[in-house]
Ligand binder design. Structure first.
Ligand code: WTA
Length: 570
């Protein structure tokens, strides 16, 4: 039975004939892979880890973790037992199904154990990027109503506990001093049992919440459910092309959706060895990771590829990179130039993939077997219908720009925006379609080409930043009267954040003040949200209702006509 299942799913990865594959495809076929298809007992952590132990792959390496100071490997069996222990720790503190449990820590084996342990209890995991500062952390914990947090002594200072009445437990990985009302990860893991029956769930029960940015309002809690695993598994096999002996490396942090969907779920659902590299980016460090671990499938992002390209051949030529078989990219437009350079530097075409936090998994991709058109995001997966539609939901002809939209539903689609159902509804304003907020066109061969965002969302180094969150922080600074934030094109990072600021009476527009404001955002919100460029203005363009017109700021910046100004204040 098992053998047969593997067989049928392996074949779907052969997309030699794209149209044929689309016709034959059914999600139900993919579902047969899961143990719950037969017994109805659903739990992501079981499918990703425990089942491999049950099926005799317990001794296979699941995780290779390394950073500048350590390198450790864990088998599927070891991860099963460790996450069982952590699940028991959580249960002893009363945590169970549906509770929101957040993780705020740098990449480490403990982060992965904690996340799996959370899922085993049926709780909903909320991973937070380690660079978040106090306001960003508070907003997310508050909105989600998190009851527990796993963090480190170094990051604890950014958690404003007094303002978070619902946050009952804080588990600290690292040294804990007695009397601090904190739970020690090490102490409790030591005494916890490594036997645990996971919480058996329904496919529509919660999996995780990822916060992401829109153009207005605070970050949105994108809520995903267990059912997403169908698409994580399938795209892992078909798009990442994962095979039994692969060593796979996804460079994203689990604080972002790529770091969970493709840094945890896709590889482990496919039973593949997963590499995690902690610490900061450097070309040498990354290439030596590929060389040392014999990475065969590598999933990264355009900004990183552009930086590697910028480092020059003398760098990649020092490393043996011939273990690579398949290289992929996500998160921002992948320049044709970078695809061509990758072909020369690594002997592999970099395969672009398109998707979003909200979509939970890849939707439009360049498959291994497909002819790549450099600069195109590829074609929709079998099982996915994508189209370019106008503002009334009518499909537009090939080569015409419009809204990139996806026919609803698909397995990994978000199920709501936490605490904000009306925001959720906005994505489905055109009947039958999910509206991505990206503009694109489709060519006559069915390839999709990204053109830009329709809203004001900024994409800097592949990270999505909402201008509103940055503006809100900026006006907390005593010198700032008004602030408007836009993305300014940048050859390495895609975009950088630029802030236009009107100062309060009595403040002088100096470089020191720019520096101070930059640090204020960096230390209050996060480094990636801080404006690398600041321009002082006497006044900012506003609508009569007082809304700052970012569109006009952008036009100033790019030296473009400002368009319709009929709603401007004066
Ligand atoms: C952009 C990351 C061009 C796009 C998984 C989308 C891309 C947003 C691509 C989602 C791509 C993602 N080419 N742009 N291949 N992939 N984007 O939620 O604007 O962090 O809407 O998800 O990134 O960013 P998010």
């Amino acid at each position: 039975m098992q053998e047969e299942n593997m067989q049928s799913t392996v074949q779907t990865s052969n997309l030699g004939n794209y149209e044929e594959a689309r016709k034959q495809f059914s999600w139900e076929e993919v579902e047969r892979h899961f143990t719950w298809y037969a017994n109805g007992k659903v739990n992501m952590a079981h499918e990703a880890i425990d089942r491999h132990v049950d099926e005799g792959r317990g001794n296979k390496t699941a995780l290779i973790y390394s950073d500048a100071s350590r390198r450790e490997t864990f088998t599927f069996e070891e991860l099963k037992l460790l996450s069982n222990r952590f699940g028991n720790v959580l249960r002893q503190h009363g945590i169970g199904k549906g509770d929101r449990v957040f993780i705020f820590m740098p990449r480490s084996p403990e982060l992965y154990v904690a996340l799996l342990g959370i899922l085993k209890t049926g709780a909903i995991a909320g991973p937070l990027f380690e660079a978040f500062m106090e306001t960003a952390v508070k907003d997310r914990l508050e909105d989600s109503g998190a009851v527990a947090l796993i963090t480190t002594p170094q990051l604890l200072g950014r958690v404003s506990r007094e303002e978070l009445p619902e946050l009952k437990q804080i588990i600290v990985v690292g040294e804990v001093h007695s009397g601090e009302d904190l739970i020690s990860y090490d102490d409790e893991m030591r005494s916890a049992s490594d036997e645990l029956e996971p919480e058996w769930l329904d496919r529509e029960d919660g999996l995780l919440i990822h916060y992401t940015s829109g153009s207005t309002g605070k970050p949105k809690g994108v809520y995903h459910v267990q059912n997403a695993m169908i698409q994580h598994y399938y795209t892992g096999k078909m798009v990442l092309d994962l095979r039994e002996d692969d060593i796979y490396w996804c460079t994203a942090d689990p604080g972002w959706v790529t770091g969970t969907s493709y840094g945890i779920f896709a590889p482990w659902l496919n039973g593949v060895t997963n590499v995690v590299r902690g610490g900061r980016f450097s070309p040498q460090d990354w290439y030596s990771t590929i060389e040392r671990e014999n990475v065969s499938v590598w999933y990264s992002a355009p900004t990183a590829f552009r930086m590697l390209m910028g480092a020059g051949e003398q760098v990649h030529e020092q490393f043996r990179l011939d273990s690579l078989r398949h290289v992929l990219s996500v998160g921002e437009p992948l320049n044709p130039e970078v695809v061509r350079w990758g072909w020369k530097a690594y002997g592999h075409r970099i395969h672009d993939t398109w998707w979003m936090t909200e979509t939970g998994a890849q939707l439009i991709c360049n498959y291994p077997e497909m002819d790549i058109k450099p600069g195109s995001m590829g074609k929709p997966l079998p099982g996915i219908e994508a189209a370019i539609v106008d503002d009334h939901g009518q499909e537009v002809p090939p080569n015409h720009m419009g809204n990139l939209a996806i026919r609803t539903p698909w397995p990994s689609m978000m199920r709501t925006i936490w605490n904000n159902p009306s925001k959720y509804e906005e994505y489905f304003r055109l009947p039958g379609w999910y509206v991505s907020g990206d503009s694109a066109y489709m060519d006559e061969d069915g390839y999709f080409w990204f053109q830009g965002r329709i809203d004001d969302v900024i994409n800097s180094s592949g990270e999505r930043i909402g201008p509103f969150e940055v503006e809100s922080k900026l006006i907390e600074h005593p010198a700032v009267a008004e602030a408007g934030v836009i993305g300014k094109p940048d050859s390495t990072r895609g975009e950088i954040i630029k802030a236009f600021i009107a100062l309060r009476e009595g403040y002088e527009a100096t470089d020191e003040l720019k520096e101070e404001i930059y640090r204020f955002v960096k230390e209050g919100l996060s480094a990636h949200a801080a404006p690398r460029e600041i321009e002082f203005k006497d006044k900012l363009p506003k609508t009569r209702s007082g809304k700052i017109m970012r569109r006009v700021l952008k036009a100033w910046e790019l030296d473009l006509p400002a368009g319709d100004l009929s709603t401007i204040e004066d």
